[in-house]
Design a protein around this ligand. Sequence first.
Ligand code: S3P
Length: 438
Amino acid sequence: MASIDYTVRPRGPLSGTITVAGDKSISHRAVILGALARGRSEITGLLEGEDVLGTIAAFRALGVSIEGPHEGHLVVEGVGLYGLKAPVGPLDLGNSGTSMRLLAGLLSAQPFGTRLVGDESLMRRPMERVAAPLRAMGAVIETGEGGRPPLHIVGGRPLSGIEYRLPVASAQVKSAILLAGLYAKGRTTVIEPAPSRDHSERMLAGFGYPVTRDGATVSLEGGQGPLHSVCLDVPADLSSAAFFLVAASIVPGSSVRLKRVGINPTRRGVIDILQAMGAVIEQENETVASGEPVADLVVRAKPLRGIAIPPELVPLAIDEFPALFVAAACAEGVTTLRGAEELRVKESDRLAVMARGLAALGVAVEERPDGLTITGGGFRGGVIDSGGDHRIAMAFTVAGLRATAPLQVRDCRNVSTSFPGFVTCARAVGFDLETTAS
Ligand code: S3P
């Protein structure tokens, strides 16, 4: 498929007010729980990125009638917990690990079998982490070679609740187990080493399903349905806002307002890390939308300093490290990240691809198995390959604002998986950004 390259040229201060794309994690869950509820759910602010469109297509294939999305508005005619139908063929979930893992949990509990596949990147990602606990609940799931997709879920097996201790904090695995737990006999409990994003727990409660939480432990009792349909407003995605938090911090004189961004405490690591580096980020108009805290974020440029990133913030900022590495490369001094080996199994190996790209731009970077050490100093221009990873493509586009010459970022097509309006938002605040088909 044809790709897109971005060329960004350094220029003056960024300014303006933008609303970035809807939250990807919340959008997936809204579609899933909307489909499982009884009756019509209306969702606004939905992310119309390819990942979420993939989840929508999967539920249509499972017999759910869904209207939209039109400008973030989606109407889901929920079929109830027991109303899904066998799909005709395999479900193709594209680039989306969240879709595949969450659906693995839900589909393990259905009376029919399914096969889950994805694009080249998703077909390389680890799935045993989700298959193993689901098997312990009684599911029959086959993974492909090395525990990777395709997933073949046999279905028609009665599930029992378990108490499962996650080796690594993971909202996707936790959510898959909880979705299977809705159908399991007895109680399902997930214990994480540290809390991961809790959108599933919040949203299940919003749909009227009782969930018990205590620190990093979450449980629910099977068979307590139905889920009740809702009207749900999805906040803007802090993971997409992160690129602008970094951009406005590193371009002197900038001031940008990001509207209605989700600031859930289990997601806000990027704000805390940037503030520890000296960034000026203020929260205004704080409110709660559909059970999620939101605020306008106002960010003003300020010289950053390198820090040792506190390990407890790693799961709370797991998707924001590509952007944070760019901030580190512009900061004075050394930034160290440890305990982040999970970054190697995201849409790309984010430690390797970021280290390679930063080094190519003249940044002093040291790669370790579980993190990077970056010495700030700025970038030269050049050509960088995103590795087909949306967040790496956007991170290097931001780096181009501070490069000493034009920076071309290759293979940016997948930006549309999470942030289809990225180029429009970037230009709106003053990026000099050109796109070319390649
Ligand atoms: C997500 C959880 C995180 C994150 C991913 C979205 C979710 O993955 O990296 O982009 O929506 O649950 P893990 O749960 O694997 O850490």
